[in-house]
Design a protein around this ligand. Structure first.
Ligand SMILES: [Zn+2]
Length: 350
């Protein structure tokens, strides 16, 4: 199966009423872990690479590893996505590399740290949409600013400083035509999201629900949505790690989001914790070992277990065989004709 457009994958998720996990990759073992979980649960896959990942692995290595995953698993629909593009150039280079989807995170300036103005965000995102859609490629935008810093990207803070304003979200969708929209509802990147189990004072699910009501044709994206389970934290600390106590986004809140328009859920921290815990365990229990396979294999298995769990919890399990891929060139025609237009003033009229 050719690599599919993320838009198609999310449209199918909307029809089926489920969400799709977007898992970050940096190396071969992470890619293999996702594919093992997808095969086990018969799930469609969104594989995403940050700028940090692209520079860590180098574009050609990373892209060809992802292609290998696609070649070896012809029955699994897969989209390759640029996570947090910081500029038009970053998004363009991802599209030229062969990715089928890009995130233009115009909520921050090109430095990836300073919050931008609304007009700056609209301008750069609109430009990316124009370039991407004419090539059949999906675009995710961001309105509002998430908390935390990951891979050097982020404004820091708790996630409550720049919560998305629903009026702005509607105007942003109208003026940019993005396929998917990341919103800030109090979540943060990284392991330290909340200092207690989050309630409505720090996790604003009511805002998400309001945005979905007003933007029913735009797929919503939850970032910073690892659940940071206690058992994964405990394994890391049991074998010499020093994680401070922390809380992630509870699965039931993500599932509430999925019932209200969330189609893509970004998960990275949980996988990092699973990998690190598994490696620490091997080092701690068998310090005489020095073959990388002795710790990379359990690390890969630990990540596959977490990914498979999330695929079941998000509801994407069992949906890999539901649809045939729409060629990317067909998607480009759909954008050109207006059939794929998500702008509230046009999509509502169809
Ligand atoms: Zn993110």
């Amino acid at each position: 199966m050719p690599i599919v457009s993320m838009r198609q994958l999310l449209d199918e998720a909307a029809k089926g009423g489920y969400g799709v996990g977007a898992f970050n990759v940096n190396d071969m073992e992470q890619i293999q872990a996702i594919m093992a979980a997808a095969v086990e649960t018969k799930s469609p896959v969104i594989m995403q690479a940050s700028r940090g990942a692209r520079s860590f692995a180098q574009d050609r290595y990373l892209f060809h590893l992802m292609l290998a995953a696609n070649e070896l698993n012809p029955g699994i629909p897969m989209a390759f996505h640029q996570d947090h593009g910081n500029s038009f150039e970053t998004c363009k280079s991802a599209i030229e590399l062969g990715f089928t989807s890009v995130m233009m995170d115009g909520s921050l300036r090109e430095d990836g740290k300073t919050p931008s103005t609304f007009e700056e965000n609209v301008e750069v995102t609109r430009r990316v949409v124009e370039f991407a859609h004419s090539r059949g490629i999906t675009v995710e935008g961001e309105i509002g600013v998430l908390g935390g810093v990951e891979d050097g990207h982020g404004a820091g803070g708790s996630g409550l400083e720049h919560v998305t304003d629903p009026d702005q979200a509607v105007e942003f969708a109208e003026r940019t035509g993005v396929d998917a929209l990341a919103i800030a509802i109090g979540t943060s990147h990284g392991a330290y999201k909340f200092n207690k189990k989050p309630d409505g004072s720090v996790l604003k699910m009511n805002i998400l629900i309001e945005i979905h009501k007003r933007l029913p044709h735009t797929h919503l994206v939850m970032h910073g949505s690892s659940s940071v389970p206690k058992d994964l934290q405990a394994i890391v600390n049991q074998y010499g790690g020093k994680l401070k106590e922390t809380w992630g986004v509870p699965i039931e809140e993500i599932q509430l989001g999925i019932r209200n328009g969330v189609r893509k859920i970004n998960v990275d921290t949980d996988n990092r914790l699973a990998i690190t815990g598994a490696i620490r365990k091997v080092f701690w229990e068998t310090p005489e070992k020095f073959d990388p396979r002795d710790y990379l294999k359990p690390a890969r298995e630990a990540m596959a277990k977490v990914v498979a769990e999330r695929m079941r919890e998000f509801g994407q399990a069992g949906h890999a065989g539901d649809y045939a891929p729409i060629p990317i060139a067909e998607m480009a025609k759909g954008y050109e004709s207006g059939a794929l237009d998500t702008r509230p003033s046009l999509a509502g009229a169809r």
